[in-house]
Design a protein. Structure first.
Length: 553
């Protein structure tokens, strides 16, 4: 019997077609026998495309619960309640696939790093370092302290210690720096040192310039997460940086490096040959499977009333005259057809209103998300998000340029969001002009009432809420936790995201994190117990040790 088998070791020795079919894995043991899978049985070059495909899959299909929590989706009235999502009362098994999937794939990238390094394949090694850093950024943003420095060490550390979350963040920054150095090394990044890199790298085809820009963009995401905002009683901003990271110095280093960031039209995405029989992971999870059957998750989840309303002009998107609503959602599948969106209130008990049955609600697979249906490229990190990160960094002084540059970059971000979703620059220009003076769109707007925030960070975070629906919901939840924003409130719309109205929900606030998975208590008991000295974690007001270091809530 082999203990500690949580498949943190399990290298992706299978095809990308298998990766695309799902990502439900057995419970994952962070450290297991390193001889199970070795460089002699699996080639690091073939692991890369499989690992990238897996990244795209878990980016697309792990975040349904957050889509509900953040006001985008809600359960169809045709289905019974999803109590754990709708009451915020859950156990250590809730969403533990996130822990399993991201550790699983981080170890695949770790395998690439180790074995590419031994071969002098600097581009492969750099990609592995960047993508492993991306995986751990996700894990820290959900769990805080966790196994990092002793992870993937095999039998040397069967029960890996928990590292401090801010220390992990700092090391992720350094891993990106190491990767950039490798990508700039003319010998280690040369094509002959990295066989078949243009084929095996599904994201950027071995383009080292794009990988450096992606590394800088990931670094910027880390720095923005460490940047916090409170809105005081007068509506003013109180901006600060979480302790433990020198955000300003790190931003200056990125600027000095000079390669820049992912820009408009440069989304990090893959297309390994998606089709109706091997569909894009978002399509497969929320629309149709490879057998042509309706995807259950997309049948259960429909549009949230907060986002789209229950009549013309009823939701937050329509409140602002935002055409993106028709790119993110499709109209209800009624007979005769309708051109009016309808959403359901999050947590509403099934059977209350016949108009909230599934076919009468807007769907969650808008044409902007799936322009080529099953063959659509799968996003990993969108150009839209990168531009928003840059806008906030400019506004906060993390990057040089000041307020005028921040204002221009925010307009670029909004425009890119429209274009990315299949709309036009004219649509974006009209949207911005039509909402001039309103703080959720106009960064220069003043307060519209006593105690309400004006433009600034409120604008940037609000626009990220509109823009990153379905593509980066974890980022939106992180924004919500690193600030005390109430979406909509500053412009007279209902404060959001809306709390579930499930009759058994007694909470007035969203959880700030998830529990450590039960498997950690089973196999790494002493270390996880040290993280919970009082016997548990308060998800709504966690003690200092269990609070993610940048969390203000």
């Amino acid at each position: 019997m082999k203990l500690f088998k949580i498949k943190y070791f399990a290298i992706l020795a299978f095809t990308t077609a298998v990766v695309a079919t799902g990502c439900k894995k057995a419970e994952f043991a962070i450290n297991t026998n390193p001889d199970d899978v070795t460089a002699s049985t699996v080639d690091y070059k073939s692991v890369l495309p499989a690992a990238q495909s897996y990244t795209a899959t878990i980016t697309a299909n792990r975040w349904r619960f957050l889509q509900h929590w953040m006001g985008y989706w809600a359960r169809s009235g045709s289905y019974q309640s999803e109590d754990q999502i709708e009451t915020y009362e859950f156990t250590n098994d809730f969403q533990n696939s996130i822990w399993n999937n991201y550790y699983y794939n981080a170890n695949n990238y770790n395998f690439i790093v180790t074995n590419a390094n031994a071969k002098g394949a600097g581009t492969y090694e750099a990609i592995g370092r960047i993508m492993k850093a991306l995986d751990f950024q996700v894990l820290v943003d959900i769990y805080g302290n966790l196994p990092y420095s002793e992870a993937f060490k095999g039998t040397d550390f069967k029960t890996p210690k928990y590292d401090d979350d801010v220390a992990i963040y700092n090391d992720l920054l350094r891993q990106c720096d190491i990767a950039i150095g490798l990508l700039k090394d003319p010998i280690l990044s040369a094509p002959d040192a990295n066989p078949a890199i243009a084929t095996n790298d599904l994201m950027f085809k071995g383009n080292t310039t794009n990988w450096i820009k992606f590394a800088n963009t990931l670094k910027l995401r880390l720095l923005i997460h460490a940047s916090t905002t409170k809105f005081d009683a007068s509506g003013g901003e109180i901006n600060s940086f979480a302790p433990g990271i020198d955000v300003v110095a790190e931003g200056a280093a990125i600027a000095a490096e000079g390669s820049g960031f992912i820009e408009a039209g440069e989304t990090a995405q893959i297309e390994p040959g998606y089709s109706s029989t091997k569909p894009n992971p978002y399509y497969r999870t929320y629309r149709f499977t490879e057998t042509g059957t309706v995807a259950s998750s997309g049948d259960v989840s429909k549009a949230n009333k907060y986002a789209v309303g229950a009549s013309d002009n009823g939701g937050y998107y329509q409140y602002n005259g935002d055409k993106r609503v028709n790119q993110l959602y499709e109209f209800p599948k009624t007979t005769p057809p309708t051109t009016v969106h309808r959403g359901i209130t999050f947590g509403e008990v099934s059977g209350v209103d016949a108009n909230n049955q599934g076919n009468k609600l807007s769907t969650i697979w808008g044409k902007g998300l799936l322009p080529n249906e099953a063959a659509t490229k799968a996003w990993i990190f969108t150009s839209t998000e990168s531009l928003f990160l840059q806008a906030e960094a400019l506004y906060r002084g993390i990057l040089p340029g000041g307020s005028p540059a921040a204002q221009a970059k925010l307009a670029d971000a909004v425009t890119e969001s429209f274009v990315w979703l299949g709309l036009t620059t004219t649509d974006a220009t009209n949207y911005l002009a039509g909402n001039a003076g309103y703080p959720d769109v106009d960064i220069t707007a003043g307060s519209l009432g006593a105690g309400l925030p004006g433009g600034g960070i409120y604008t940037i975070l609000s626009q990220k809420w509109f823009a990153l629906n379905a593509t980066a919901t974890l980022e939106v939840w992180t924004d919500f936790r690193r600030s005390d924003i109430e979406y909509g409130a500053a412009v007279g719309f209902d404060p959001g995201p809306p709390i579930s109205i499930h009759p058994n929900n007694s909470h007035l606030f969203l959880p700030t994190r998830l529990f450590y998975p039960q498997n950690e208590y089973n196999y790494n008991a002493a270390n996880v117990a040290a993280e919970t000295p009082n016997g548990g974690i308060d998800l709504f007001n966690p003690a200092t040790q269990n609070r993610i270091f940048w969390d203000l809530n």
